[in-house]
Design a protein around this ligand. Structure first.
Ligand SMILES: [Zn+2]
Length: 102
């Protein structure tokens, strides 16, 4: 696992850290190194969980095949609980911890 140089992760939620650990193992299982490109740094949508340390972005540009990115995204989603949202974005995978209280 590698962190982009500009990463800020002050106030990261422990629950998100578990998500990062699981995601890293999935990348590894598919033969890729995982690079975190953003946690609490950078600009995100207003109210984004990034600002609360509850969301992470993972680089996908090293994965050439869109089908493979989709497969990695789905595998991460499958290994985590429904309290995590795992979204395949244009140039990254976004994971956020958002507990669903029923
Ligand atoms: Zn994000």
């Amino acid at each position: 696992m590698e962190l982009k140089e500009t990463i800020k992760l002050n106030g990261i939620r422990a629950e998100l850290l578990v998500g990062i650990i699981v995601a890293e193992r999935v990348y590894e299982d598919f033969g890729y190194g995982m690079v975190i490109t953003s946690i609490t740094d950078s600009r995100h949508a207003p109210g984004s969980l990034h600002y609360a340390g509850g969301a992470v972005d993972l680089r996908t540009r090293d994965i050439k095949d869109a089908a493979m990115i989709k497969k990695i995204t789905e595998t991460i989603r499958k290994r985590l609980t429904k309290d995590y949202d795992v979204v395949m974005e244009k140039d990254h995978i976004h994971i956020e911890y958002q507990p669903k209280y029923s």
